[in-house]
Design a protein around this ligand. Structure first.
Ligand SMILES: Cc1cc2nc3c(=O)[nH]c(=O)nc-3n(C[C@H](O)[C@H](O)[C@H](O)COP(=O)(O)OP(=O)(O)OC[C@H]3O[C@@H](n4cnc5c(N)ncnc54)[C@H](O)[C@@H]3O)c2cc1C
Length: 395
């Protein structure tokens, strides 16, 4: 008789666990509350599915902050090269983009998911859609893998209803918080009405010791976008501590301050300051942002502000709109195989666990690596032999 394994949640973590378990001879069933699996993965593929990153091991591991040492053995066992090989095995070769991020050649998630689901069917994995998990009484199995996701984008399925079920079993967790999220800014009516929806391209944001080049988007609520997401963990913690945080925006990171000062000192003729600011490279949105506070009257003051325009952020945007979730099941609650210490035979994978990382492919990489670890843990628990291919970090 094949051992039965219930995999709860049909996101990337659950499907990867099911693939490994079925491949090792278990009868794996995925229970998914939505009508179809992988909805967040498909959403992630909308803007280009960034599956992992090509940077060297040390830099890669540092992206996980406090969870680094916890995740390291799992990422060593399933590093970016393994994920890329797995994508290729599904017919989706990957490539390294100019930023070092790794994408499938099609850039999308849908061909990968389609091929993956065909493989799962071939392996005998059963998928029971529209099955919401309410607790262990629901689904008997020899072992269980929980892969229920975090709390962001609940309309795609992950609504964190598991929190209460696990709390009732005494499992401790840190509160679920938005990660890779936008922030609220009390813009003037002028900026909000005229510039919401406009990007600030080629800027650099600084907060504390972190400086990030990239893009941000002015929204009716505040700021969104890649550069903001990269600072979001530090901003979120600072706001929690101090009630607000001041981000500094370098609106012209390719020009140095002396250069800008010199250009602002040139005779202007009849041209307005805004026209001059546009000429040296600021967008209309950049000029408006600069004018949210008095700009100063001398070229020196103005140049300094262009290189360091302060923006006060007062709150993180709600978790419903965040890319990912911080917090979750505490590392002390699971053993090295990701089995819940309080509930033997139950393993946990993916975003439910208490780790966070910036965008750049680090989220999916850790999601898959923890799924591999949980599936291997379940196999060991069931006394099944575990084949563990050894991967190097070199791609
Ligand atoms: C807009 C967006 C873009 C993103 N882009 C990227 C990217 O480019 N690169 C990257 O690395 N990451 C990206 N991510 C993050 C990435 O998608 C997630 O980290 C990843 O999907 C987490 O996988 P998971 O399996 O842990 O959880 P999920 O993908 O959330 O899957 C959990 C599954 O469990 C199901 N479920 C929940 N509760 C129950 C229940 N009670 N009973 C049954 N089923 C349940 C859910 O319906 C869901 O299908 C993006 C996220 C978003 C929102």
């Amino acid at each position: 008789m094949k051992p039965t394994v219930a995999v709860i949640g049909g996101g990337p973590a659950g499907l990867m666990a099911a693939e490994i378990l079925a491949g090792a001879g278990c009868a794996a069933t995925v229970y998914e509350r939505m009508p179809t699996v992988g909805r967040k993965l498909l959403m992630a593929g909308r803007g280009g599915l960034n599956v992992t990153h090509s940077e060297p091991r040390e830099a890669f591991l540092s992206r996980y902050g406090e969870a680094r040492d916890w995740l390291t053995p799992m990422l060593d066992a399933f590093p970016p090269s393994a994920l890329r090989a797995w994508c290729a095995s599904l017919g989706e070769e990957t490539f390294v983009g100019s930023s070092g991020r790794v994408f499938p050649k099609s850039f999308k998630a849908s061909p990968l998911l389609r091929a993956w689901l065909r493989r799962l069917v071939d392996l005998g994995v059963r998928i029971e859609a529209r099955r919401r998990w309410h607790g262990w009484a629901d689904i008997p199995a020899d072992a269980t893998v929980l892969a229920l996701g975090g709390a962001s984008w609940p309309r795609l399925g992950s609504d964190a209803s598991w929190v209460d079920v696990l709390r009732a079993r005494g499992v401790t967790m840190s509160p679920l918080r938005p990660a890779n999220c936008g922030f609220e800014v009390e813009w003037s009516d002028h900026l909000r009405e005229r510039f919401a929806g406009q990007p600030l391209k080629r800027i650099a944001l600084t907060f504390g010791a972190q400086r990030v080049r990239g893009e941000a988007m002015i929204t009716a609520h505040g700021l969104e976008g890649g550069a903001v997401y990269a600072l979001s963990a530090a901003l979120r913690e600072a706001i929690q501590r101090d009630g607000r945080a001041v981000v500094s925006i370098d609106l012209l990171p390719d020009l140095d301050e002396a250069d800008i000062r010199r250009r602002l000192s040139e005779p202007r003729g009849a041209r307005s300051l805004s026209t001059i600011l546009r000429r040296i490279g600021l967008s209309p949105a950049g000029v408006a942002l600069l004018r949210e506070a008095p700009l100063g009257s001398t070229p020196a003051e103005q140049a300094a502000r262009i290189k360091s325009a302060p923006v006060i952020v007062v709150a993180a945007r709600p978790i419903e709109r965040a890319i990912s979730t911080a917090g979750g099941i505490a590392r002390e609650e699971v053993d090295a195989t990701l089995m819940l210490k309080r509930v033997p035979g139950v393993f946990v994978a993916g975003e439910m666990l208490d780790w966070e990382a910036p965008t750049g492919g680090y989220l999916l990489q850790a999601t898959f690596a923890t799924a591999v670890a949980a599936a291997h843990g379940a196999l060991a628990y069931l006394g099944r032999p575990v084949a563990r291919p050894v991967y190097s970090w070199n791609n």
